[in-house]
Design a protein around this ligand. Structure first.
Ligand SMILES: *[C@@H]1O[C@H](CO)[C@@H](O)[C@H](O)[C@H]1NC(C)=O
Ligand SMILES: *[C@@H]1O[C@H](CO)[C@@H](O)[C@H](O)[C@H]1NC(C)=O
Ligand SMILES: *[C@@H]1O[C@H](CO)[C@@H](O)[C@H](O)[C@H]1NC(C)=O
Ligand SMILES: *[C@@H]1O[C@H](CO)[C@@H](O)[C@H](O)[C@H]1NC(C)=O
Ligand SMILES: *[C@@H]1O[C@H](CO)[C@@H](O)[C@H](O)[C@H]1NC(C)=O
Ligand SMILES: *[C@@H]1O[C@H](CO)[C@@H](O)[C@H](O)[C@H]1NC(C)=O
Ligand SMILES: *[C@@H]1O[C@H](CO)[C@@H](O)[C@H](O)[C@H]1NC(C)=O
Length: 291
């Protein structure tokens, strides 16, 4: 048995038969974005009914693409056994892509050590992530006061249409019309959002219940929706720890507004249907100049 069996994603049980031709197919190129996942596709055909088969992927000059390889630790997924044996698919998924994952990936299929074939190779290109949403990890406020939760994003091109919203504890939409935040939320204007790339909110008349994890979500047309890592807000009671409250952050903006773009502000009304909650965004900013 060849050593390469040890690298296999899948080692099924034996049935008996004869060996036949084996061909392996894979696309010549694939693309993924830094931090996301990519599926490297591969299929094979054979008339053999020997079910002792295995496959593996090799990067560049022989690096085996599997969880146990240091470069790929915990980042490789394989299809279920039937997919490989019956549907003759031999893809892998590589998650949390890094720029240095770029390279040539070859898919190798082996039938019972009798036959082995590889595809012509897929050139994977990992593209630098150009859309990053940042927010501070921690903010503090005092009961009855207000706090500004900062959020900004980096994007290579000038955004035209987009929206942003905040979630508390992964579940509660933070906006003026949610019961918990009724009339207490202000946010960056569409202009600030698109030109200055700010997606801040201010929560007023803080209560102790406002403490929690707040996540800023930014959606720019044509780019996958992206969230910040979350800001942990801690609201202190009025009695005790005033000194700490001076650490509350406020945006240092000069109030200047670039008026080159024209915007239409659309306030999307809260909907009754909980299924549509995701559409209940804070607002959508539209650039009306380009038609
Ligand atoms: C595999 O597929 C190719 C192209 O579809 C075909 O030409 C070839 O005969 C097939 N080989 C087997 C063993 O089925
Ligand atoms: C590789 O590791 C990840 C994370 O631990 C796991 O989800 C996945 O199933 C593993 N893949 C294989 C083929 O064992
Ligand atoms: C690839 O890049 C990651 C960081 O993105 C780094 O931790 C790793 O050591 C690099 N691997 C190689 C082989 O250079
Ligand atoms: C979010 O967290 C991840 C993992 O901890 C980290 O790699 C990334 O840089 C963080 N993103 C920002 C914008 O801080
Ligand atoms: C939320 O309500 C407050 C108080 O009614 C108001 O000042 C503020 O402009 C409202 N914010 C939004 C985004 O509608
Ligand atoms: C959710 O928010 C409450 C405050 O309303 C906080 O006490 C709790 O720790 C949060 N839960 C999680 C899982 O973050
Ligand atoms: C805080 O939350 C609890 C339980 O959800 C509720 O009973 C209480 O009235 C809330 N307090 C304030 C000040 O909103």
């Amino acid at each position: 048995m060849p050593v390469s069996f040890l690298h296999a994603c899948f080692l099924p049980v034996l049935t008996v038969s004869r060996a036949q031709d084996l061909e392996v197919f894979q696309p010549s190129s694939a693309e993924g974005t830094e931090g996301s996942s990519v599926i490297l596709r591969c299929s094979y055909n054979t008339t053999s009914d020997i079910m002792i088969r295995s496959y593996w992927w090799v990067k560049d000059a022989g690096l085996v693409v599997k969880n146990a390889t240091q470069e790929f630790t915990g980042r490789v997924n394989c299809p279920p056994g039937q997919d490989f044996l019956l549907a003759k698919r031999a893809y892998i998924e590589i998650r949390n892509l890094r720029l240095n994952d770029s390279g040539m990936y070859r898919c190798v299929v082996n039938i019972h050590g009798l036959q082995e074939a590889s595809g012509k190779g897929t050139e994977l290109q990992v593209i630098k992530r150009t859309f990053v949403v940042s927010q501070p990890s921690f903010a503090q406020g005092v009961e009855g006061g207000s706090v500004t939760l900062l959020c900004s994003y980096i994007l290579a091109h000038e955004p035209k249409v987009g929206s942003f919203w905040w979630m508390k504890n992964q579940s509660l939409l933070v906006k003026n019309t949610t019961q918990e935040f009724m009339g207490r939320v202000k946010h960056s204007s569409p202009q600030q959002f698109l030109s200055e790339r700010r997606a801040d909110i201010e929560i007023q008349r803080l209560t102790l219940n406002d403490s929690g994890m707040y996540q800023c979500v930014v959606n720019i047309h044509g780019v996958p929706e992206t969230s910040g890592n979350g800001t942990k807000l801690q609201v202190r009671d009025r009695g005790g720890h005033q000194a700490i409250a001076s650490g509350t952050q406020c945006p240092q903006q000069d109030g200047k507004v670039e008026a080159e773009l024209q915007y239409t502000e659309i306030v999307v009304k809260a909907e009754q249907n909980p299924m549509s909650q995701r559409k209940e965004v804070t607002y959508i900013a539209l650039d009306t100049q380009d038609g």
